[in-house]
Every structure is written in structure tokens, then in C-alpha cells.
Write a protein that binds this ligand. Structure first.
Ligand code: ADP
Length: 285
């Protein structure tokens, strides 16, 4: 499993939605890469174009300017070389867990015995062996998303593209999912492009974090995460982690204020009886 490691490159990318006076420039001047085997997170305020970048890499969208490349070749549509996991669980509700995981392999014409063996191995790694005959609506949110990840891994993609996959989960489940994901990523060593707006999540998971500006999204900063692997929850309290978190909070707060209304400033907010929270979220006080 995990044949070739994918190398994703965004080169001088621009993408707008709509046309003429109604056009919305979603991302502009974006150049970045996910190196083979790297875990990269994109973080930025709501509406800055994170999902647009992921959809371009998935081949669901085509750029207006620039190029998106996989292993040096322009991406011209979806493909089995890229597995995608969204926040909404996209499991087929009428199929059992095991049949869901086997689905991509069945489409590729893999024999029943081989795809059953692959599904069982992966479900075992994700701690889901006991649930292989359950149906999605019999599972918790965390379990559904574990099945979603396992299903995306089953066809041995070179890249995993994940759009806020843990966004709908409670905080505790989310932390466990982050550990499961990093463990699976280390085992398979595939390349991951992960979208989030959660600063701690981005640090815990990533080798590198790309911080985006408010729309039109551009790359504001690239942060290397020097924490060793495997990542463990105790690291969340380490001085290195906390320093990175503060740095990211500052960067994202600036952009969140811009995204929220152009003229909002920390000082200006004080006059309205509001405070800007640590992640750039405005809280009423
Ligand atoms: P993010 O994932 O960072 O929240 P998106 O990539 O979803 O941001 O969207 C970036 C911008 O492009 C937003 O302003 C959004 O409203 C706009 N946008 C995204 N998709 C479409 C679409 N299909 N049609 C029109 N506008 C869109």
C-alpha cells in the first residue's frame, strides 16, 4: 500500500468565481508545494480560499491562472492517485463499513478476496474490526470519519486531501482522531494536504503550515513545525508548541479582523464592548 509518494505543486495560482462585476477573486498569487511524504496544513480565516485550493488539487476545479501539478503533471480532473476526505461524512449509508471501504477497489476491478483482505487490514489499523458489518448510521461521528479515512486510503493514493475532516467532532474525539491520523500517516508515509482553521490541530499534525491572508487568499507565512514524531498530546503543553501557537494566533488574528469587516481593529473593538479572542474570534464581553 502507498505506492509512490505524491508531490503537489501550486504555481502562480489565481482562481475567481463568477464573472464580470460579480466575480469573486478567491485566491491569488499562490505558490506552494506538498513535498513527497510531507504533512502540510493550510490555515486561514473563513472564506480565504482554503477549500478552493483543496478542490483544485482534487481536480474538482480548474485554475483561471497558473497550474496545479501532481508529480510534475498538470492535474486535469479527479483521480485514484488522490484520496479526499471532507468534513461531511461521505459514506454510502446503504453499505456496511467493510463494503464502503472496499468500494474504490471494487471500481478498480480488484478481486473480492483481495479487497476484503485490504479492507480488513486497514479497518484493523483504525481499530474498527469489530464494526465492519455495521452501517454508517450505527456509528459515532469519530468512527464514521475513521471509516472515511480508511476508505480514502484503501486505493493506495499518493496524496490524501483533507478538508476540515474533524470539524464536526467534539474536542476530545478530535484529539484522538489527530493521533490516529498521524499514526496512519507515519505508517503509510503518503503526502497529506490538510485544511483547518484550528491552530492547535495545524501544529499537532503538520511538518509545515501555510498561513493564508484574508480573501483573496495569498500565502502570508510558511511555518516549519520542529516538533519530533510521533506527536503525542503531552506536546500541546510544551514551550515550543505554545510559542508556535502564539505566533500563529497573531498572524491569523490580523487576517480574521480583515476578513470580518475591513475597518475592524483591536482598539476599535474595545469601544463596542467586545474583545478579540486568542484565535481572532470576536467575543462579546
Ligand atoms: P475557505 O475554505 O477558506 O472558507 P473557500 O475556498 O470555500 O474558502 O471560498 C473562498 C471564496 O470563494 C469565498 O469568498 C467564497 O464565498 C467564494 N466561493 C467559493 N466557492 C464558490 C462558488 N462555487 N461560487 C461562488 N463563490 C464561491
Amino acid at each position: 500500500m502507498g505506492a509512490q509518494l505524491g508531490h503537489i505543486e501550486f504555481r502562480d495560482l489565481a482562481m475567481a468565481f463568477g464573472s464580470g462585476a460579480d466575480a469573486t477573486l478567491a485566491v491569488d498569487d499562490v505558490s506552494m508545494e506538498v513535498k513527497p511524504g510531507e504533512f502540510v496544513t493550510i490555515i486561514g480565516p473563513s472564506g480565504c480560499g482554503k477549500s478552493t485550493l483543496l478542490n483544485l488539487a482534487a481536480g474538482f476545479l480548474k485554475p483561471d491562472r497558473g497550474a496545479v501539478l501532481l508529480n510534475g503533471k498538470a492535474i486535469d480532473g479527479p483521480g485514484a492517485d488522490r484520496g479526499v476526505v471532507f468534513q461531511q461524512y461521505s459514506l454510502f449509508p446503504w453499505m456496511s463499513v467493510k463494503t464502503n471501504v472496499e468500494f474504490g477497489l471494487r471500481m478498480q476491478g480488484v478481486s473480492k478476496s483481495k479487497r476484503e483482505a485490504a479492507a480488513r487490514t486497514l479497518l484493523g489499523l483504525a481499530g474498527l474490526s469489530a464494526f465492519e458489518n455495521r452501517f454508517p448510521d450505527q456509528l459515532s461521528g469519530g468512527m464514521k470519519q475513521r471509516v472515511g479515512i480508511v476508505r480514502a486510503l484503501a486505493t493506495s493514493p499518493q496524496v490524501l486531501l483533507m478538508d476540515e475532516p474533524f470539524g464536526a467532532l467534539d474536542a476530545q474525539t478530535r484529539v484522538v482522531m489527530q493521533e490516529i491520523l498521524t499514526n496512519m500517516w507515519q505508517r503509510f508515509r503518503l503526502s497529506v494536504l490538510f485544511i483547518t482553521h484550528d491552530i492547535e490541530e495545524s501544529i499537532f499534525l503538520s511538518d509545515r503550515i501555510f498561513v493564508m491572508t484574508a480573501r483573496p487568499g495569498r500565502i502570508k507565512a510558511v511555518i516549519e513545525v520542529p516538533l519530533p514524531r510521533p506527536r503525542v498530546p503531552e506536546m500541546l503543553a510544551s514551550p515550543e508548541f505554545l510559542a508556535l501557537k502564539m505566533h500563529l494566533q497573531r498572524l491569523i488574528r490580523e487576517e480574521s479582523l480583515i476578513a470580518m469587516g475591513g475597518e475592524l481593529k483591536d482598539g476599535g473593538l474595545a469601544g463596542f464592548g467586545t474583545e478579540v479572542g486568542p484565535a481572532g474570534v470576536v467575543e462579546l464581553v
